[in-house]
Design a protein around this ligand. Structure first.
Ligand SMILES: Nc1ncnc2c1ncn2[C@@H]1O[C@H](COP(=O)(O)OP(=O)(O)OP(=O)(O)O)[C@@H](O)[C@H]1O
Length: 491
């Protein structure tokens, strides 16, 4: 057992005061160790540690004292009576649409409804597409703390965002989403249950946890549905732990619960800034990003650890900004005869390739990134004009063909066997490797044509901070050398 630093001591003492608390812990700053020190300092009270994934909850169960129940939010909400419907056969959107009776719900007889898309071209809204959009709507609502499904929960699909297509989309999707939720909450329902569904049902029931202390980990990216339940435990001491500068999932509806604990519970904020993961050189690189995004935190590198920042030709991990960037590195690695692992597996790559294949064959796709496009040509055109990451993907698909991309996804190695791990920066959350290279798809923002300013969206800055702090010994951050050109940040 290590001796606590001054900051860790202060966190343990403040816990002892019995007040709600926020612990801002920089990358590699011994967050888990500190939580364990807190748990060991008090064997009388029951604690509930809420982890952001199952693997972390399982590891915490092994290493925390017995007084601590370690679960994910889903683990807290789970009830065995959901098992059969959760683990039953998978249901495609097409099958779900038929099981629920989408056409009957909407009173569609005969021709499939169409929507004139933002890009021109009619998009046929088949039962399958409406069902997919309704299920996506339910998922987004399930992430929120809102009591009812409303228009704002219907995703903004590229190609269907202008007023007219959006209104038409809502008229098709909202009634189906309401019917689908009624089905999901009915024990005799026909739709397959997802984990987010029972979490929402649990939250709507206003649960009270049988615990004296709640410890919420990785609180910077917590869905409102969970943070609202935890903040509601006013019989317990509530502690949120995380790093606001590592918030990278707001695009998926997550919010910074650390800020909420401060704002809504009046919790004082303490900081852990001594990193034990890397030495001063990597800490300095991290601090450049913390400065750009105006984070109050600065990291101190671990003096005993050697770390270098510079070119790395043999990285253990390459971290990419986009899925397409990751596919590119995977294809290049496989072509060079290397054993490549992709964090999160090849499922997403295959889904994108299949969606592209459908569009190329003139069929509709329910893939959320491509659903609003009437054709593959429309995707290409949009990618060229609007979206750099989609452009990399369309180029890869046009160059290699969908079949080779699916083949590549099927020939991925496991991380333990691989000699190269590829990950998006998002999926690298909470991970670390000895030598890390940042991929060149982290692009510099373009200068504003009117003012010449080069503004970085703050979440992009946070993502870069997450990426550079995954390295323990060697970091190649050459792809981010544009940091010096940034003149400001946007929200
Ligand atoms: N006070 C300390 N003195 C020396 N080493 C420490 C101290 N606190 C934590 N460490 C070490 O730092 C390393 C990282 O700690 P820990 O596993 O608790 O951090 P973490 O929670 O995984 O990191 P992060 O802050 O990125 O989430 C561990 O090897 C741990 O032993």
């Amino acid at each position: 057992m290590v001796n606590p630093t001054v900051e860790q001591r202060e966190a343990i003492d403040t816990y002892g005061d019995g007040i709600d608390l926020v612990l801002q812990a920089g990358a590699g700053c011994g967050k888990s160790s500190t939580l364990k020190m807190i748990a060991r300092s008090d064997s009388r009270r029951r604690m509930t540690y809420v982890a952001y994934n199952k693997a972390i909850a399982a590891e915490a169960s092994r290493s925390f004292p017995q007084t601590v129940l370690c679960k994910t939010g889903h683990g807290l909400a789970f009830d065995p009576r959901y098992s059969e419907r959760l683990f039953g056969p998978r249901q495609t959107a097409h099958v779900a649409s038929q099981a629920l009776g989408v056409k009957q719900i909407l009173g569609i007889v005969g021709a499939t409804p169409t929507i004139l898309t933002d890009l021109g071209g009619m998009k046929a809204m088949t039962g399958k597409l409406i069902m997919r959009a309704a299920l996506d709507t339910i998922t987004r609502w399930c992430y929120s703390s809102d009591p009812e499904i409303r228009a704002k929960h219907v995703p903004q699909y590229v190609g269907l965002t202008k007023e007219q297509p959006r209104t038409e989309l809502l008229a098709l999707v909202l009634p189906v989403a309401h019917a689908a939720w009624a089905d999901l909450t009915d024990e005799k329902g026909v739709l397959r249950l997802q984990h987010d569904h029972y979490l929402k049902m649990w939250a709507l029931s206003g649960p009270k946890l049988a615990t004296d202390v709640v410890l919420l980990d990785e609180a910077q990216d917590t869905n409102d549905v969970l943070s609202a339940v935890l903040m509601d435990q006013d019989h317990a001491q509530r502690i949120a732990v995380g790093d606001s500068a590592q918030q990278i999932y707001s695009w998926r509806g997550a919010n910074d619960a650390l800020a909420k604990f401060v704002r809504q519970l009046g919790a004082p904020e303490l900081t852990l800034s001594q990193s034990f993961r890397f030495g001063p050189a990597i800490a300095a690189e991290a601090n450049r990003w913390l400065q750009i995004i105006d984070a109050p935190l600065r990291l101190a590198g671990f003096e005993q650890a050697e770390s270098t920042v510079g070119p790395v030709s043999d990285p253990d991990a390459v971290l990419c900004r986009s899925n397409s960037g990751a596919i590119g590195i995977v294809m290049a690695g496989l072509a060079a005869g290397r054993k490549v692992a992709l964090v999160g597996g090849g499922g997403e790559i295959k889904a994108l390739a299949w969606a592209a294949e459908a569009l190329q064959a003139g069929q509709p796709t329910d893939h959320p990134e491509l659903m609003g496009f009437p054709s593959w040509d429309a995707v290409r055109e949009y990618a060229k004009e609007e979206d750099g990451s989609l452009e990399v993907m369309t180029k890869l698909i046009d160059e290699h063909g969908t079949e080779r991309i699916v083949e590549a996804a099927d020939s991925l190695a496991s991380e333990t066997q691989a000699d190269l791990v590829v990950s998006t920066a998002h999926k690298a959350k909470g991970r670390e490797w000895p030598a890390v290279r940042i991929h060149s798809d982290f692009r510099a923002p373009k200068p504003d044509p009117a003012t010449g300013e080069i503004l970085l969206p703050r979440e992009e800055g946070r993502l870069a901070y997450v990426a550079v702090t995954r390295a323990r010994e060697r970091l190649d951050a050459d792809a981010l050398s544009w940091i010096g050109t940034i003149t400001g940040v946007t929200a």
